[in-house]
Design a protein around this ligand. Structure first.
Ligand code: GLN
Length: 409
């Protein structure tokens, strides 16, 4: 079902409005209306408030790799503490270029095609601000990572939603084609996907790539779970597909691959003309990402293939563990192919909606999850889903299992 979002109510709701929320300042701009604070981060705060096991916000609760931490400490000690060049320290851009050359055989010019940003979050909003005009259409698969809503909203772009259908979270190619119009500026593709864990196939990505070329639009790819893949699946950057080199903006970051979500170091890869526009926005938004963290990134991105293999296999074990825990606790979870989230159907519990269920979970059961509706815009569709993340220590996941026993009781 393709739904032009202009036809939908744009007000997004938080799970539990904070005291300040709901009262809009008379000074607030129009562009801040229509969305609320992040529900993911709200659920994280509620987890702390209620002492719940936090399976809401996707960040690891185990240490980052010691050598990567040491590289950051060394960089600070070496006084790499001042601004880098706004689009990223040269050694880090070189390291990014080397990684894509070695991993995918992609040749990128660090001088003209790489921009280092404050995480992929900034990379996405900078890219959208740099490429869309108010009224342009941006195609988004639903369910989607919640940031894409405010990102497009802030740009004045109209979202065109294309459904990912459970249980495999696949799209109907005819529905996708119907979403493209002469006003389409871009499509956002997030693979491996948050929140579904879907990894798009070469066939699916080729359909997307062909439509982008037919309708002369941009493909913006969020690839931050690139190395978190299960069951032997391989990641395919759309940028590497025929005809896509000049019309793709690839977004990635250090956050998930190196377990440093708080460092805020990401990047965009795009053809020189696109990069020039992105750099202009990035410069005035943030000046640049933290210099010592970029220096540590030089070390991180030179990690051996075994690092990435171990990352995927450790997360694979946790994926199996959370599936076992959720199934045993009465949920109907859908097995993810990648990333570190699982969508679970809650209809067996008989709650009116996902928000009521998530509040019950955090207040009474002691486990925090994210209400599914925060990943959907179409009213009602996400009401019987919640998302759990499993980028946590085994002990944390086992603590959640113990608490979830109360749910069945
Ligand atoms: N990507 C993470 C998630 O989906 C963190 C979100 C955030 O707080 N930016 O949970």
């Amino acid at each position: 079902m393709v739904i032009p979002t202009a036809a939908l109510p744009t007000q997004r709701a938080s799970v539990q409005q904070s005291s300040a929320a709901g009262r809009r300042s008379r000074f607030a701009s129009h562009r801040t209306s229509g969305f609320v604070e992040s529900v993911i981060r709200e659920m994280s705060r509620l987890a702390v408030q209620h002492g719940a096991v936090n399976l809401a916000q996707g960040f690891p609760d185990f240490p980052a790799p010691p050598s990567i931490k040491q590289a950051a400490i060394d960089a600070i000690d070496a006084d790499i503490n001042q601004y880098s060049v706004t689009w990223g320290a040269k050694p880090f851009r070189d390291a990014i270029a080397a990684k894509y050359r070695n991993t995918y055989g992609l040749a990128l010019d660090p001088e003209r095609e790489i921009t280092v940003t404050c995480g992929s979050t900034e990379a996405m909003i900078a890219t959208l601000l740099a490429t869309t005009n108010p009224g342009d259409e941006v195609i988004v698969f639903e369910p989607f990572y919640e940031n894409y809503f405010p990102d497009t909203q802030l740009c004045g772009a109209t979202r065109k939603l294309v459904t990912l259908h459970p249980p495999h979270w696949s799209f109907d190619p005819d529905e996708l084609r119907r979403a493209f119009t002469s006003r389409t500026k871009a499509i956002i593709v997030n693979t491996p996907n948050n929140p579904t864990g879907r990894v798009f196939t070469l066939e699916e990505l080729t359909i997307v790539a062909n439509l982008c070329q037919e309708f002369d639009c941009l493909c913006i790819t969020d690839e931050i779970y690139e190395h978190i893949l299960y069951d032997g699946l391989q990641h395919i950057p759309v940028l590497s597909l025929p005809g896509m080199r000049d019309r793709t903006v690839l977004i990635n970051s250090m956050s998930k691959t190196y377990s440093v979500t708080g460092w805020r170091v990401g990047w965009t890869l795009a053809a020189p003309d696109l990069t020039e526009s992105i750099r202009k926005v990035h410069d005035f938004l943030t000046v640049g990402a933290a210099s010592p963290m970029q220096q540590a990134g030089v070390h991180a991105l030179a990690s051996s293939p075994s690092y990435y293999g171990d990352l995927a296999s450790h997360y694979g074990e946790r994926r199996d563990l959370i599936m076992d825990i959720l199934t045993g606790s009465g949920f109907s979870p859908l097995r993810p192919q990648g990333a570190y989230y699982v969508m679970a159907d809650i209809s067996k519990f008989g709650f009116p909606n996902d928000r009521a269920f998530a509040m019950h979970m955090v207040e009474n059961i002691g486990v925090s999850c994210v209400p599914g509706s925060s990943f959907f815009e179409t009213p009602g569709v996400g009401d019987q889903w919640v998302r759990f993340c499993f980028c946590k220590k085994t002990e944390t996941l086992e603590a959640a299992r113990a608490r979830l026993a109360k749910l069945a009781a």
